[in-house]
Design a protein around this ligand. Sequence first.
Ligand code: BGC
Length: 408
Amino acid sequence: MKRSKINKRLVLLALAGGLGAGSLAGCSNPEGNEEPNELTATKDQQQGMDIRQVPFGTTKEGKETTLYTLTNAKGMQVQITDYGATVTSILAPDRDGELGNVVLGFDSLAGYQSPEYLKSGPYFGAIVGRYGNRIAKGRFTLKGQKYRLATNNGENHLHGGTKGFDKVVWRAEPLPDQNAVRFTYVSPDGEEGYPGTLTSSVTYTLTEDNALKIDYSATTDKATPVNLTNHSYFNLAAGQASDALDHVITLNADRYTVVNASLIPTGELREVAGTVMDFTGPHAIGERVKQVEGGGYDHNYVLNGENGTMKKAATVYEPNSGRVMEVFTTEPGVQFYSGNFLDGTITGSGNKTYNRHYGFALETQHFPDSPNQPDFPSTTLEPGETYASTTIYKFSTRENDQPEQQSR
Ligand code: BGC
């Protein structure tokens, strides 16, 4: 579908007259064939009135979920459900202006609750928390007190435990003036073994320059580790390729955290230079993936630049579509995961079978197992403090002959 067609449709929706969020429920999807009239609207009208809400399905516990759709004037579209505050689809244009879905996910809640999905546990598009990534043996000591977390990845704790933030229904608040939706979840004291009541908010904003901005914040009533991230898997070929191995990646990281066989950091930060881990210049994922121990990339890169300040984390280029994704973050690290555990047991949106390396994730984060690594940047949130973190995924395109941009 061409961009121009989407723009006209947006204008129509905007002019449909004072439509509040929710009132567009049931309207046709972006692939719809309605022929819009030639109408015009100001940018302000286009923004702020097009946060669609439609029912997404009922959880096994009987909770209703909703799908929120953000669209910008360029026609880019992001869909997010309150189940796990999960990004279910991102429509971004290729170099010809054709929109395509660049993330892995499902069209309804059933996909996220199916036995095969729960068995393989890929966390497509979800917010993972309280602690994204692993905590060794699910144990840590804080303020002299020992804590035991749920172990759900061999002997380790992964992505918040058995029922992490990806499997709960968040309270959603559409923010039409900002073309955003804010999701809030209150995690009770002791949930999955963590101390303190943690109130987390995640705001997804779709900007007019085709960026998805994710702002995280959290407060607690007891000291607790916090490490929130989004677990989207990208494939910028939007269904036109059987895996993501042709994607060319540049990472703004001279070092990575060395891990043991169960992917727990040893504490060593190692230089990537001269190794298959080196993405300081552009490399296709597939170029050296087979040489990586453990079946592919699944490593936390230590970003160059200061923890807490916004910096480039990654640039990804998909040569056939021309799509480019740049990642910026205030976090000190990014987990580059090349979809090694996707095994073809899951079929997602558009009837795509997600085979090994079909998608890759760039999870901005603090380093894995920080609660047990005193030399890593701290992940402890104290009462009275506010956890704040921002990550931006920005989409654009590049012509064939354009050179790779510098990553920093
Ligand atoms: C982890 C992988 C894991 C994947 C899905 C990634 O963040 O690093 O080891 O398989 O998430 O759970």
